[in-house]
Design a protein around this ligand. Structure first.
Ligand SMILES: C[S@@+](CC[C@H](N)C(=O)[O-])C[C@H]1O[C@@H](n2cnc3c(N)ncnc32)[C@H](O)[C@@H]1O
Length: 285
């Protein structure tokens, strides 16, 4: 990716949200490419639980962003299935949604989904909301997922982490991220807790699957892409970090960018640098 100092990015405009990443064209492109990589890492699988969708099923993608998963999922489900996407920000939505009559996108927060959605969906999917929810909100959102699922329906959550194995610069940045997330109440290591959160909401048959995501040039094309999309998210936190005063770790945005350059270089040179992508799913009885 780039090793240049980045310009200020555009943030979401949803009042009260802690969400840390930008919401602009650069982020849209990152999300679309990242979706392709994640799909490859999971050998083309987009739906993990053993759900057999009925002809008039409805499915929901929470925090749909650029709608990459939602649009791609159409190729793996019956044509008649209705797909809903919700996000706090519409700027990233796919423009072609208007021409796809079975895709319905709306602005809203997962923390309080529409009351008339109770027991509506056969599948609820959510990917990469790690930068959005406090611990309490994770519980609230999973309760909301339970409410909007029809009995027998499945939820699937996909998140990154919990380890970022590399060298000293990465370890130092992880200390910062744990502190930064922790002070906001966000959960940098959310993957560790997802299965328990699902169980405590009442989900049964809770299962997890995980792949290793290699990061850096040493791991070929997948490593380069894993590096770009992951460091792209880390770099995207710059404005939020600067707004928080750098928390004693970074005096300026330029210092933050330089630290990210160092991490990126480390990933390229330290063989074995990796994190995980974990899917956790469960059924509403
Ligand atoms: C990192 S992006 C992931 C997008 C998409 N799920 C994917 O995997 O490509 C996270 C998305 O969640 C959205 N988001 C953050 N907080 C949210 C909330 N409380 N409710 C709904 N969407 C939210 C953001 O606006 C952003 O589009």
């Amino acid at each position: 990716m780039s090793s240049t100092v980045t310009a200020e990015r555009t943030a979401h405009s949803y009042s009260g949200s802690l969400y840390l990443l930008p919401s602009d064209e650069q982020e849209r492109e990152r999300l679309l490419k990242q979706h392709q990589l994640y799909t490859r890492l999971f050998s083309g699988r987009l739906i993990f639980p053993p759900v057999s969708l009925s002809e008039n099923a409805e499915i929901l993608d929470i925090g749909t962003g650029a709608g990459a998963w939602l649009c791609d999922a159409r190729s793996q489900i019956p044509e008649s299935v209705q797909l809903y996407g919700v996000d706090i920000e519409s700027r990233l939505f796919p423009s072609y949604s208007a021409t796809s009559p079975n895709i319905h996108l709306s602005i809203g927060s997962s923390i309080s989904l529409p009351s008339y959605w109770s027991s509506k969906f056969e599948l609820v999917h959510q990917r990469l909301l790690i930068c959005a929810y406090t611990r309490e909100q994770w519980f609230k959102v999973v309760d909301e997922m339970y409410r909007v699922l029809a009995p027998g329906g499945y939820v699937q959550l996909i998140e990154i982490g919990p380890e970022w194995r590399s060298g000293a610069k990465t370890a130092k940045h992880m200390l910062f991220l744990d502190d930064f997330f922790g002070r906001k109440g966000l959960m940098m290591r959310c993957t560790v807790y997802l299965a328990d959160i699902l169980k405590s909401a009442g989900f049964v048959d809770v299962r997890a699957e995980e792949v290793t995501m290699n990061l850096g040039k040493w791991a070929g094309q997948d490593g380069i892409e894993g590096r770009d999309y992951t460091i792209g998210a880390w770099r995207g936190m710059r404005d939020a970090v600067v707004k928080a005063g750098g928390m004693g770790y970074f005096a300026t945005g330029e210092e933050f960018d330089k630290a990210m350059d160092g991490v990126e270089e480390e990933w390229d040179t330290i063989e074995g640098t990796h994190t995980q992508v974990r899917v956790v799913y469960g059924r509403k009885p």
